[in-house]
Design a protein around this ligand. Structure first.
Ligand code: 8IG
Length: 294
């Protein structure tokens, strides 16, 4: 008997992405028992350990059971969505199920998790990734704050004549909060389509046009987050010098080791940053300083 292809509601010709995101958010609220999440995080390569440091896990959901999330591609493992309660009482939604643009399922699928996060109530979207670095002083394992981006995918998550201002897309006040936790370099993230890495000539081009970091995610997600009204924080873990930046070819084992060595530090950085963001925005139980009535 022929199995029917699993269908994704986002792929229906008349699908409304925002409506699918609301359905997804309703499933998340139902499965977690958390009516509203305050902050959402997508954890990319190297950042996964942070989930355990941010707070207490309330619920784990298989992303495949949430409308619009992609079914497993190769290894039968679809990501998980995790609901965490911070000590402040704020609720964080951890998205461990990123769909990359290079998978070729279209940009709607790429940004569905971000739209879903907004529909759960999240006011802040934290996007993290592993990426290549253009500055030679960035050793593998260096975290960098994203200050701005250049989108080289020639695509957009916005549909129709939707004009969204991207000035200060990577929130200056959230960057300042992270800088207060740990002093970090900031850089411009350049999203390439991938999945191949860049040639040295492409990396030189990225530098000439103002880029510092090369990767294959985040820019499209950040645009969708802004469209949905969220404030965006972006962090890259430099796992390797971009092609042609280092005179010696990269040893894959060394890169993996550098990532592993950085894990604990990144987890602590992110957990402290999230706590600072929750306090600043008055997310969760405790009101922020200054929000208190006399
Ligand atoms: I990890 O060097 C990682 N992801 N585009 N280039 C691009 N993406 C990356 C790289 C890199 N390293």
């Amino acid at each position: 008997m022929a199995e029917t292809q699993p269908t994704n509601p986002l792929d229906a010709p008349d699908a409304a992405p925002a409506a699918v995101a609301r359905e997804a958010a309703a499933v998340i609220a139902d499965r977690t028992g958390v009516a509203r999440h305050d902050i959402a995080l997508t954890l990319g390569s190297g950042w996964g350990k942070a989930a355990d440091e941010i707070g207490e896990t309330i619920a784990l959901i298989d992303a495949a059971e949430v409308p619009g999330f992609s079914k497993p591609a190769l290894d039968g493992h679809s990501g998980t969505l995790r609901s965490i309660r911070l000590s402040s009482g704020a609720h964080a939604l951890i998205i461990g199920a990123r769909t990359h643009y290079y998978e070729g399922h279209g940009v709607r699928r790429v940004v569905h998790s971000v739209r879903t996060a907004a529909a759960t109530g999240a006011r802040v979207m934290v996007l993290t990734n592993g990426a290549g670095g253009l500055r030679p002083e960035w050793a593998p394992g260096t975290p960098v704050l994203i200050r701005d981006h250049i989108n080289l995918t020639a695509d957009s998550p916005l549909e129709g004549a939707t004009f969204v201002d991207l000035t200060d897309l990577y929130s200056p006040r959230l960057r300042a909060l992270v800088q207060g936790v740990e002093r970090l370099d900031e850089g411009v993230y350049v999203q390439f389509r991938g999945p191949h890495y860049e040639t040295p000539a492409e990396v030189r081009m990225a530098g000439v046009i103002g880029g510092d970091i090369v990767g294959m995610s985040t820019a499209l997600e950040a645009i969708a987050a802004r469209e949905a009204g969220m404030e965006v924080l972006g962090l890259s873990l430099i796992t390797n010098p971009a092609a042609g930046i280092s005179p010696t070819p990269l040893d894959h084992g060394e890169v993996i080791a550098a990532g592993k060595a950085a894990e604990d530090r990144l987890a602590e950085l992110l957990a402290r940053s999230v706590a600072a963001v929750a306090a600043e925005l008055g997310l969760g139980g405790a009101p922020a300083d200054g929000a208190r009535e006399a």
